[in-house]
Write a protein that binds this ligand. Structure first.
Ligand SMILES: Nc1ncnc2c1ncn2[C@@H]1O[C@H](COP(=O)(O)OP(=O)(O)OP(=O)(O)O)[C@@H](O)[C@H]1O
Length: 254
């Protein structure tokens, strides 16, 4: 179980997270929604170790994740996606997916540098695995040699998901994967997330798109102004007056 215990995060006088508690159940698709400024990204950054909370703890199976370097988070089976692929923009798409495979490799740095056979075999395996994952996310063959930075939004999102899946995560944290997608792309994304969930990966979706979240989630947390204001299944959340006031009300003001 992934537990968020009494987590607070302040930036100067701004309280991005005010004592947040969550219990995320393995094997489920859990979403966190909320209006702009609710604290969703801050929460994602705390869970994934990107930023330290001002107070509180994040536990995976009763072990703290705070202060762990990225490779240890990865070793524990935690992966996250980012909203943009800036750091990979110059690489061909298939190579971005393959880059996620490297934690699984056993060839040493030295053999990498010297281009020795063990390393070359690992590279080939990574490439094969990358293409399997790109097939899994339905990333069209014709785009696989293109630079990641030149891809349309929808394909960038699929690529980012395949890169994260390449680490064989137990937990996959997704940072607003529907941002910038049109209706058809969002529907396809929903199907893909359900498919990933059905393979046993625990998904945590930070998302702005209420319809998507209510369609695909097993459990939903609703945040507003740094606090959790509701938790429940989609049907319960849809009817919750606090959610309607905070989230749908805020949306209709935009
Ligand atoms: N690095 C930062 N420095 C200062 N304030 C920050 C920082 N990051 C977030 N905040 C503030 O914390 C609050 C919560 O922001 P956060 O980005 O976590 O919300 P969000 O729910 O992800 O919003 P959005 O949907 O707009 O991305 C906001 O008031 C924001 O301005």
């Amino acid at each position: 179980m992934l537990q968020i215990i009494n987590v607070k995060k302040s930036f100067g006088g701004v309280h991005a997270l005010r004592s947040v508690d969550m219990e995320l159940i393995p094997g489920k698709l859990t979403s966190v929604i909320g209006p702009n400024g609710a604290g969703k990204s801050s929460l994602m950054n705390v869970i994934s170790g990107f930023t330290k909370p001002t107070a509180g703890d994040v536990l995976l199976d009763a072990r703290t994740l705070l202060g762990l370097p990225p490779h240890e988070m990865c070793g524990l089976g935690i992966a996250r996606t980012f909203q943009n692929l800036q750091m990979f923009s110059h690489m061909p798409a298939w190579e971005v997916a393959a880059s996620g495979c490297f934690r699984l490799q056993s060839a040493s740095r030295i053999s990498d540098l010297l281009g020795l056979p063990s390393s070359r075999a690992e590279m080939r395996r990574s490439e094969e695995r990358a293409h399997e994952l790109l097939d899994f996310v339905a990333f069209e063959q014709a785009w696989r040699e293109r630079r990641a930075g030149d891809l349309p939004y929808g394909l960038q999102r699929k690529l980012e998901i395949s890169r994260a899946l390449a680490t064989s995560p137990k937990w996959l944290l997704l940072d607003e994967p529907a941002a910038g997608l049109n209706t058809a792309e969002t529907a396809a994304l929903g199907k893909l997330l359900k498919k990933i969930s059905s393979t046993g990966v625990s998904l945590v979706l930070i998302e702005h798109d209420l319809d998507l979240v209510l369609e695909i989630s097993d459990e939903v947390y609703v945040m507003d102004a740094g606090s959790v204001i509701a938790r429940g299944g989609p049907a319960q959340i849809r009817e919750d007056p606090k959610v309607i006031a905070a989230y749908i009300g805020a949306d209709s003001d935009e």
